[in-house]
Design a protein around this ligand. Sequence first.
Ligand code: PA5
Length: 424
Amino acid sequence: MIKTDISGVLPFLPGAGPDSELEKKLEAAHKRLEAGGEFTGWLHLPSRAGAAELKRLQDAAAKIREDSDVLLVIGIGGSYLGAKAATDLLAPGFDKPKPELIYAGNGLSGARASRLLDYLKDKDFSINVISKSGTTTEPAVAFRIFKGLLEEKYGAAAAGRVYATTDAERGALLRLSSELGCERFVIPPDVGGRYSVLTPVGLLPIAAAGVDINALLKGAAEAEAALSVGGMDNPAWLYAAARQALYDGGRGRKIELLGLWEPEFRFLGEWWKQLFGESEGKEGKGIFPASLELTADLHSLGQYVQEGERLLFETFLWAEPASALRVPFDPRDADGLNYLAGMSIDRVNRTALEATKEAHMSGGVPVIELSMGELNAESLGALLYFFEMSCALSAYASGVDPFDQPGVEAYKRNMFRLLGKPGF
Ligand code: PA5
């Protein structure tokens, strides 16, 4: 299970840690989640995953792996970040795997779409188009473009290469996929976009990348059981409490930097930013979530973290190293590195974490540490669930609804008006 260490926060809090007021708020938040209101379907998703649905997902993934060089995953926000995070972490490598997963429809760059069209022309590919609302502009535009190429290449057989993941009852994508007659997967109505990674939204692309989705769900189900218990021994409670104690109702630390110590964690950071940013940032409140790729960003943002405005706290996420690579011995030692010879690179990385924690704390930055054990499908499943739970608890404790995102509509309304969409 994930471990939360708040020893790097305690020197910055009055008293001995998060106070009893905060504990009461978390207790109320947890009860509210368990009561099962709107959009709390993610809470018991891992333990209630249906065998028939999993089999259908695995069969679709097997077909994609067999007949496609590329799986084009079209979606934005919660409809792609979780899958991208998981596939970067669990199916990494410099060689292009088969199928190669390419993510599209997460922006409106014509230049990128043109390059991708050229790239796909001589590839066998399939499309997984994902949108809960079924009406989001970015993925809808991308789907129209790439479905066109698919139909050009495969004619009537194109529908057999489209997998649509959307709401069971509403939306243009539902209508479109019925017309097309393609295979369809459902996003449960009580699960919101940013909490949907463990539904077909994430599970189909993750399975197509060759990751064991049963293991991912097993890890998440273990976290579901472990984190259902109230109290500060619950690492999700402790993380939520430390964040809210530091934020101090908006009087304290307003920016959280998620420090990631492996480059493949970059999109886990992007997924985490959406989860926390969209869930907490409303009604003039909320901790601003940002992420650091370490040690790289110590050479760019490190100066600010050490000596800039004291608005920040950091959360370091650590996975146990998996590589045995060591610094080689060089008899000439022209670079003076022989003092490290024989030491694993991961040991140097861990030492960098300890050195950074000490430096940043002495510069006035509190540091929370999260340890997830070895990185694998099970521990990633547990981590995803841990963050979902911590986020929902933290948002409720700060008095906002973790499951809406009214602010996202403002730019859309303006864009539709400027583009002349009927009705705007
Ligand atoms: O969390 C959310 O609900 C949103 O950020 C969505 O994930 C995002 O806007 C994509 O929406 P949709 O899946 O409806 O296309």
